[in-house]
Design a protein around this ligand. Structure first.
Ligand code: 5AD
Ligand code: SF4
Length: 441
């Protein structure tokens, strides 16, 4: 058999992209490509890009510039740009970087094999359509499709794509399109396939995952309960959720569904009602706090995570203080925070910017509060017994690392452990970004 061609994929941005890159690697695997860790000797380089904050496109162009030498050394090298920058920039990419052979938006990865045929003929390929069909159902599979996940006990599974919320700052509804849910039967068969390959934890993915509405009226909670019945699957998570879509059955599942882990990423973006309204978030700070209360009533030890934006247009000091007050009231286990970044084409792009130094100072202040809370949540774990799904060897010899129920990174000195072991451990120490533990069973 001829040697496999080498495929180098670099992934930026969200977990959806991580999942998409795995699927693309599989599709190209059917085409004779095997993944490699370096662009240097690759036959194909694919950048899977993210457009959520500004300068993304510029970063892609400068990254592409670095591949020029490789293309000069190997004219057969194929270079592709996928993801949301591909969707947003389209043809412009090939105009500015003529060495790019392939531009493909997130909705048409299933057409990759046809595009590869065009590339093989020396043509270029561009596809940024929003087709009707579901890309995941049409992605070609090599035998034993989800092999990418073979050695990893925790896997992602996309159940929903796109978003209809139109938050005033966000490009997702434009780059990923309208909200679409995959059929539950497909999701369950993919989950069974993953479990058959040794996966013990599945994180259901979607830009607005809790808006999931599958055929036959299946809700996200319904899907979780169906997954709960799969033998060998031990843990279920989901991300990312919108507060307005936290349905009662989903909240209840946190208290009753044994495999649903006590961790919820529930972005609020701001604590100021005025800004939340300007952001078109569809809820107030008070409503978010009430929701958190109900979720904690269902699952008292749940760890809450969030996303915040500082310096949204017209944000005043008083607005920012409302955000700080909300953070204090919730007590986050961890959170992501960003300085507002103006995205052309979004409603907020038309509005008056906050002084960038002020936005930065607020970001620093917010991040300091979040890290204090994160540290407190970690310290509170000391002495507690939790379960950990071990994933890989740690930084030091004999160490294994994995994730706790609450998604804390945990390391133990236990050379006998294997990736995929699920063990009860007792937390002994809390470090900057991880916990140390000893195995108790
Ligand atoms: N500026 C800053 N942050 C943004 N996010 C989305 N769009 C922007 C933007 N224009 C953040 C939000 C979202 C997360 C994925 O990225 O907090 O929840
Ligand atoms: Fe963007 Fe808002 Fe949709 Fe999240 S809910 S993807 S922030 S529009």
């Amino acid at each position: 058999m001829a040697d496999k061609k080498k495929l180098y994929i670099r992934t930026y941005g969200c977990q959806m992209n991580v999942y998409d890159s795995e699927r693309m690697a599989e599709a190209l695997g059917a085409d004779g490509y095997a993944e490699t860790d370096t662009p240097d000797d690759a036959d194909m380089i694919l950048l899977n890009t993210c457009h959520i904050r500004e300068k993304a496109a510029e970063k892609v162009y400068s990254e592409l510039g670095r591949f020029k030498g490789l293309k000069a050394d190997n004219p057969e090298l194929k270079i592709g740009v996928a993801g949301c920058v591909a969707q947003a920039e389209g043809e412009e990419i090939m105009r500015r970087q003529p060495m790019v052979d392939l531009v493909v938006g997130p909705q048409t990865y299933h057409r990759l094999p046809d595009m590869m045929e065009a590339l093989a003929k020396g043509e270029k390929a561009l596809d940024t359509d929003f087709p009707e069909e579901d890309k995941f159902e049409h992605l070609p599979k090599r035998p034993g499709a989800r092999q990418g996940a073979k050695h990893r006990p925790a896997a992602f599974l996309t159940v929903q794509e796109g978003c209809d919320k139109f938050c005033a700052f966000c490009v997702v509804p434009y780059t990923r399109g309208a909200e679409v849910s995959r059929p539950p039967t497909r999701i369950l068969s993919e989950a069974r396939e993953l479990v058959g390959r040794g996966v013990r934890e599945i994180t259901l993915l979607g830009q607005n995952v809790n808006a999931y509405h599958g055929e036959g009226g299946v809700t996200l909670a319904g899907l979780i309960w169906a997954l709960n019945d799969i033998d060998g699957l031990e843990r279920i998570r989901f991300t990312t959720s919108h507060p307005s879509d936290m349905a009662d059955d989903l909240i209840e599942a946190f208290g009753t569904c044994a495999k649903l882990m006590p961790y919820l990423h529930l972005p609020v973006q701001s604590g100021s009602d005025r800004i939340l309204k300007r952001m078109n978030r569809g809820h107030t700070g008070e409503e978010y706090l009430k929701l958190i209360e109900r979720i904690r009533a269902a699952r008292p030890d749940i760890l809450i995570s969030g996303d915040f934006i500082t310096g949204f247009p017209e944000e005043t000091d008083a607005d920012f203080q409302d955000t700080m007050a909300l953070i204090r009231a919730v007590g986050y286990g961890q959170a992501y925070s960003f300085k507002y970044s103006s995205r052309p084409g979004t409603p907020a792009a038309e509005r008056t910017l906050v002084d960038p130094d002020v936005a930065n100072a607020r970001l620093q202040e917010l991040q300091a509060l979040i890290s204090t809370q994160q540290r407190a949540a970690q310290d509170a774990m000391i002495g507690r017994e939790v379960s950990v799904l071990f994933e890989k060897p740690g930084r030091f010899p004999g160490q294994m690392v994995g994730k706790s129920d609450h998604l804390h990174a945990v390391h133990v000195a236990a050379p006998e452990l294997e990736p995929g072991d699920l063990k009860r451990v007792r937390i002994t120490e809390s470090g900057t970004n991880s916990l140390a533990a000893v195995v108790v069973d």
